[in-house]
Ligand binder design. Sequence first.
Ligand code: NAI
Length: 366
Amino acid sequence: MDSISVSEVTVIGRTHLGFMHSFRQPFSGVPMSPKFCYSRVEGPRAISSSDTNTTSQFAYGERTAATNSDLGYKINGVNLKSRTLISSVKERLLLDANDDAYGGVIVDHEKLPSNPYAFASILRASLSDWRRKGKKGVWLKLPVEQSEFVPIAIKEGFEYHHAEKGYVMLTYWIPEEEPSMLPANASHQVGVGGFVLNQHKEVLVVQEKYCAPSITGLWKLPTGFINESEEIFSGAVREVKEETGVDTEFSEVIAFRHAHNVAFEKSDLFFICMLRPLSDKITIDSLEIEAAKWMPLVEFVEQPMIREDKMFKRVIEICEARLSHRYCGLSPHRLVSTFDGKPSSLYYNVVDDDHDPSNYCNTDFL
Ligand SMILES: NC(=O)C1=CN([C@@H]2O[C@H](COP(=O)(O)OP(=O)(O)OC[C@H]3O[C@@H](n4cnc5c(N)ncnc54)[C@H](O)[C@@H]3O)[C@@H](O)[C@H]2O)C=CC1
C-alpha cells in the first residue's frame, strides 16, 4: 500500500491501550472530551466507559489483534500487521493539499476527515508538516456541512478570511518572522445604474419601495448590484429589465463613483451606464419598486433632490454632455489576455478610430 489518504482510513469506536499508545502520539494535545467515536457507516456514537480502557476517544483503523506486539490493523478491509506500517500510516495522516504559487498550500476541502476529532489531530499534524517544509500561507475552506470544524481550526490559530452561503474560508500564515502576505477579502461591492433615454427625450425612472427617508419620493435611475461573474454591461441591462420591464441595449459606462464604508465597511463601485431602449412598455418589479415611468429629462433634472445633490447633478450633466457629443464614455471590448488566459472586458473609448463600429461616440442616442 503506497499511500493512504485520510478518507481511506476506517474510523471506528473500539480502542485499545496498546494500540492507542503507538498510534496517538503525534496527536497529543488534542482535546479528548467528550467521549466520542465515529463510524463512516454508523455516524458518531458515544463510547461508554466499558467500551474502552483508555482515556482516548477515537482511533483510525480497526484493531484486529489482541496483543500489543502483534498489532493488527484493518484499512479498507485489508489487514495490516507491523508497527512500521502503522508508523507510515501516521506519517501520511495529513490533510490533502495542493501547493499554491506563493509558497503556500490550499487544502482540498473535498477530502477532509469526516469527524471533528480526526480533523483536530490531522490539522495539527499537517501544520507541523507544512511548517517543517517552509510553507507560508494555508487556505482552508470549510463547507457548511462541516461547520463544526470551524472552532477547531480557530483554536489552532486560523483566522476568518471570508464566508459565502456554502462555506467559510480560513487562513493561517505560518512564518512567524514574516508579516502575513495573504491578500485580504474582496473589499468592494459593485453597483450599476441605467440611464435610458427614449426618442421623446424622456428618461426611464423609478421610485424605490425601500429607501432612505431622505430620498423618499425621488424619481431616480434604476440601480442595483451586479451578480457574481456578471459583466457590468449585462448587469445594467438585467437590472433595468428587472425593475422596469424595459429591454435595453448597453452603450457606454458614462462615469463611475467610488465610495467607502457603504456596506458593512465595504466600499462601493457604482457604474453609471447609458443604455438604448429596445422597448417602452413598463412592468415594475413590485417587490423592489414602488413605481416607474418615462419622465421628461427636463423634469427629471428639475427635481430638487437632483438639483441640490452634487453627484446626481453632475451625473446628469455628464449624460447631457454625451448626448451632445461633448463627452464620450467607455464601451466594453472583449479580450483574452495571455496574462491569465481569461476572457475579460476592457472598457475604453475609441474616439480616434472612426472605422471601429463600436465607436458610439459618433452616434446619436436620440
Ligand atoms: N439607490 C440610490 O438612490 C443610489 C444607488 N447608488 C448605487 O447603486 C448601486 C445599487 O444600490 P441600490 O440600488 O441602492 O441597492 P439597494 O440597497 O436598494 O439594494 C438593492 C435591493 O437589494 C435588496 N436589499 C438590499 N439590502 C437589503 C437588506 N438589508 N435586506 C433586504 N433586502 C435588501 C432590496 O431588494 C433592494 O431593493 C450601489 O452601487 C449604490 O452605490 C448610487 C447612488 C444612489
